[in-house]
Design a protein around this ligand. Structure first.
Ligand code: KG4
Ligand code: ZN
Length: 390
């Protein structure tokens, strides 16, 4: 990869509005995250059980002024000090993307700075190399650390609400090895949770509840394969099996509606993934059979990812796995990926929980990498697109 040397004085403003999070961040030229502010729209979408595109666009417009002001203030800089601007161009909801992309283009043009229109998955793909935010000791916050240099070769697994993708990265070349043929993994967690009456986003709650079930109990779900020689993913079959099992439990008289007891306990992926137990305290105990169902569902979902890693590794061993995306907060996935990597002698770079869900630090970081390669985009030509190849 031909790149220029890191320059810590460079400040990159990142903007991410591809779905339901309004995010702004400042990353320096060595990949230190100086600030990363994310305003989630959970409350606005919760009555509908999923993201409503029109509401998302309006919420981005409403949230941008306070979110960007907070990101600049936290980084201790003024807008004029920004040296480059990176905004997500897609994939995502076009109305939402347009808000952040237009803001980014306007800021870059007004400041006369380079502009980077970043692919959302490129942001996730390189996010495992960001340093986790250092916890303060109560009196002072430790200074942010530089991002790790991007290895020349690695395999990236990006698992989110919209994507389940396996990439091979060699220098500047990013090749998609596999993607989902139907639903994304996070999407089926959300859909199963919705069936149980849980509030959006349901993935972190399903994960927390699955921790308490027995994956080897009365439920067994098949691990989907898309042919012996294919690495592609498929999650719609698992979704159907799990929904059918829920219906069967309901017919037996088991209470499968968790909505009433759960209230607003669901937090963002990263936040909820760290704890869980405290959230659960106020809830009535879900039926053990349902917890077992969720544990078996999660086990089959994660096993499919591990199966594809194993198939790939047998075909072509690799040294480093970069795990990212909102679902990378899943506790079982983190444990299983760590165990699998340890057995195979593969290094695991798992995204820091703070940057697993959608955020703008990963977009600023991807913009920084592009800038180091000497790339930039014409702010007048960059367009938002709902579906674009990486
Ligand atoms: O990357 P992300 O924030 O947005 C997309 O680009 O899609 O991922 C959000 C997805 C949602 O489907 C959410 O339910 C899921 O990640 N998610 C989880 C967990 N935390 C977030 N799914 C399973 N287990 C989790 N702990
Ligand atoms: Zn994402």
């Amino acid at each position: 990869m031909t790149t220029s040397a890191p320059d810590s004085r460079l400040l990159v403003l990142g903007i991410e509005t591809s779905c339901d999070d309004t995010a702004c961040a400042v990353v320096d030229g060595e990949g230190r995250v100086l600030s990363s502010v994310v305003s989630s729209q959970f409350a606005a979408h919760r009555p509908y059980g999923g993201v409503v595109p029109e509401i998302a666009s309006r919420e981005h417009l409403r949230s941008w002024p306070p979110v960007s002001a907070a990101a600049l203030a936290e980084a201790g800089i003024g807008l004029g000090e920004v040296g480059a601007v990176a905004a997500t161009r897609g994939p995502g909801l076009v109305g939402s993307l347009l808000v952040g992309l237009s803001l980014g283009k306007a800021i870059a043009y007004a400041l006369g700075r380079p502009f980077h229109a970043v692919h959302h998955l490129e942001g996730h793909l390189y996010s495992p190399f960001l340093a986790p935010p250092a916890p303060g000791d109560g009196t002072a916050v430790d200074p942010p650390q530089p991002a790790r240099a991007i290895p020349e070769r690695f395999v990236g697994l990006v698992v989110s609400g919209g994507h389940t993708n396996l990439f091979s990265v060699e220098g500047d070349a990013v090749v998609t090895l596999a993607e989902t043929r139907d639903d994304a993994m996070g999407e089926v967690f959300d859909k199963l949770g919705k069936r149980l009456g849980l509030p959006y986003p349901q993935g972190p709650r399903i994960d927390a509840l699955a921790e308490r079930g027995d994956p080897g109990g009365r439920f067994r779900f098949a691990v989907a394969a898309c042919g012996d020689d294919r690495l592609d993913f498929s999650y719609s079959g698992l979704k159907s099996q799990a929904l059918a099992a829920v219906a069967a439990l309901e017919r037996e008289g088991v209470a499968v509606d968790l909505g009433a007891g759960v209230g607003g306990g669901a937090a963002g992926g990263a936040a909820a993934a760290g704890g869980g137990a405290a959230d659960d305290e106020a809830e009535p105990e879900p039926p053990p059979a349902l917890l077992d169902l969720l544990a078996a569902f999660r086990a089959a979902a994660v096993a499919q990812l591990i199966d594809r890693l194993e198939r790939l590794w047998r075909r072509r061993p690799f040294d480093l796995l970069a795990l990212s995306g909102g679902v990378a907060a899943n506790r079982l996935l983190r444990r299983e990926a760590a165990a699998w990597c340890a057995e195979r002698g593969v290094e695991l770079a798992a995204v820091p929980l703070a940057y697993s869900g959608d955020n703008a630090a990963m977009i600023a970081h991807a913009g920084l990498l592009r800038q180091r390669r000497g790339d930039s985009d014409d702010p007048f030509a960059a367009e938002a697109a709902s579906r674009i190849p990486i």
